[in-house]
Design a protein around this ligand. Structure first.
Ligand code: AYL
Length: 531
């Protein structure tokens, strides 16, 4: 067992809303919390708090009660923050939905989470309404935040809510047991599952990350990573707000706009996933912008190439750091603190209040931490107050992932040095990461099996020509049918969000399987490595 070098922190026994907003000083109230990147409109901490309270009142007035689930399908805007924190204030559980999802994908998440309301914005309203119809929600249960309002088209809007003047509900939230959010993750195997994160999980992960990520009130943070994903939710929406920093929101990634917003708002601290590091290191557009305000760029969600990170540091003139985590860990368990010089091919130190162990993949024995140097690789297990309560309605997946003593299997292989520096060396689990987003092989396999032309299929992650991880399908064609590579790609592309597209295809005679019928992904990986 090992820990990081930092002393444990106190984790206040508060709901997320109270933790962030109950103790705002007079000065804090006047500070800028949110800036809408495209329009420049500003929300002070007072605006954010008061609007969130009004939303809580409106939600309660609609009959929503603590523990009810609401879906939030919204790109990064200040309204996301207002509604998210309003729903938490009302004791609701928010299931955040990827804003690029197709109606079928949205419907699947609404059904699984038993969401009673779907909150969205006008560009996404057609898809949201189609999904809502599939699952039997009525018109009034689809809220269009920037829409004309309930009187005009039957869909309540944020303006309706803010002007209704409903009192905030009196709710009792036990942070330890009350579910705050239900993001979806495929974990170590299978389809996406609702990850039950309590108020305490979210509060803890902010309190634990704060000393490691070293954000300060004067930081201006560009919020381009989506709030619907746990990285944006905890590090931007919760950590940055807890530090009274300012968040500049960006609804969709566009390199030119990203650079322009950094320049215009003198952003100081950027959070990215590795593909953005590639653009920052190489893209000619970067030359045309003054990025001198940036002191730190922090990468997470997938492995960062150290040489690439150093190229970014040299070009932008800032520090590049890396962290590691997982939706099931709320998500952060490891990070390189900005003020500490650690190798960029590591994910730094274990956070406070967190214990780790490495298990030998062959024997299951605990890998010893050496007195000097680096340990042998082992399966990484993590325990701490940020570990999820379990998967929603899925005791089997929960017990496969969580040990009775509280350790969570990450599905990643890591090493640790005698100084407590952790390196992620390999991903053992099925999960594929495309541009930092999860792709569950089981989902693409199930989808491809619905094609009459496909007899059998397996999906794994492989590297493309640029070294990017991409989903590859091994397909057995149904005898007597014809199917080419484009046919496979098109079948998937028509039915899933863009990050889940199959980007490579190989036709095979049979899928390697164990005697119990499980796909032998390691055989496919070995085959891939051998080419
Ligand atoms: P999920 N290096 C290698 N693999 C990584 C890294 C990293 N730095 N970060 C995440 N992963 C992989 O649930 C790893 O396989 O959460 C892990 O199990 O979408 C999986 O991604 C989890 O994917 C932060 C803030 C990291 C956020 C995050 C990412 C959470 C992504 C650090 O400070």
């Amino acid at each position: 067992m090992f820990r990081g070098p930092y002393p444990d922190v106190e984790i206040p026994n508060l709901s997320v809303f109270d933790y962030l907003f109950a103790h705002l000083s007079d000065d804090d109230l006047e500070r800028t919390a949110l800036i809408d990147g495209p329009s420049g409109a500003r929300w002070s901490y007072r605006d954010l708090r008061d609007q969130a309270v009004a939303v809580a009142g409106a939600l309660a007035a609609r009959g929503l009660r603590p523990g009810d689930v609401v879906g939030l399908l919204c790109p990064n805007t200040p309204a996301f923050a207002v509604v998210f924190h309003g729903a938490l204030r009302a004791g609701l559980t928010v299931t955040t939905i990827n804003s690029l999802y197709t109606p079928d994908e949205i419907a699947a998440q609404l059904t699984d989470s038993e969401a009673r309301l779907l909150i969205t914005v006008s560009p996404l309203a057609p898809g949201a309404s189609a999904a809502a119809e599939k699952v039997g929600l009525e018109t009034g249960a689809v809220v269009v935040l920037d829409g004309p309002g309930e009187a005009a088209d039957g869909h309540p809007s944020l303006r309706d809510w803010l002007t209704a003047g409903q009192p905030a509900p009196d709710v009792t939230i036990d942070p330890v047991t009350h579910l705050a959010v239900l993001p979806y993750s495929s974990g170590t195997t299978g389809l996406a599952k609702g990850v039950m994160l309590t108020h305490r999980n979210l509060v803890a992960n902010v309190a634990q990350s704060a000393p490691t990520l070293e954000m300060v009130p004067d930081d201006v943070v560009l919020a381009l990573l989506p709030f619907f994903h746990i990285y944006g939710m905890t590090v931007l929406l919760n950590l940055a707000l807890s530090q009274r920093a300012a968040l500049v929101t960006m609804p969709r990634f566009d390199l030119e706009q990203f650079l322009a917003l950094v320049e215009q708002h003198r952003c100081t601290y950027l959070f990215i996933a590795p593909p953005i590091a590639v653009a920052l290191a190489k893209h000619p557009l970067v030359e045309g912008h003054d990025l001198s305000s940036v002191h730190t760029i922090f990468s997470g969600a997938a492995p960062l190439d150290a040489a690439l990170g150093h190229a970014v540091e040299a070009r932008i003139g800032c520090r590049m750091k890396q962290g590691y985590g997982m939706t099931e860990l709320s998500p952060v368990s490891h990070a390189i603190p900005p003020s500490v010089d650690l190798p960029l091919d590591s994910v730094g130190y274990t956070l406070p209040n967190t214990e780790c162990k490495l298990l030998d993949p062959a024997t299951g024995e605990e890998v010893p931490v050496p007195d000097d140097g680096e340990s042998a690789p082992g399966k990484l297990l993590v325990r701490g107050p940020q570990v999820m309560a379990g998967y929603l309605n899925n005791p089997q997946a929960t017990s496969d992932t969580l040990e009775p003593d509280g350790f969570l299997h990450t599905g990643d292989i890591a090493t640790v040095t005698s100084d407590g520096v952790v390196r992620i060396v390999e991903r053992l689990k099925e999960l594929i990461k495309y541009h930092g987003y999860q792709v569950a092989p089981a989902e693409l396999e199930a989808l491809l099996l619905t094609s009459p032309d496909v007899a059998d299929v397996a999906v794994i992650g492989v590297r493309d020509e640029d070294g990017e991880e991409v989903p590859k399908a091994y397909v057995v064609v149904q005898p007597g049918h014809e199917l080419d590579e484009q046919g496979v790609r098109d079948y998937v592309a028509a039915r899933v969000a863009p990050h889940k597209k199959v980007r490579k295809v190989e036709f095979v005679e049979a899928i390697p399987k164990s005697s119990s019928g499980k796909i032998l992904r390691k055989d496919l990986r070995a085959r891939e490595a051998g080419r």
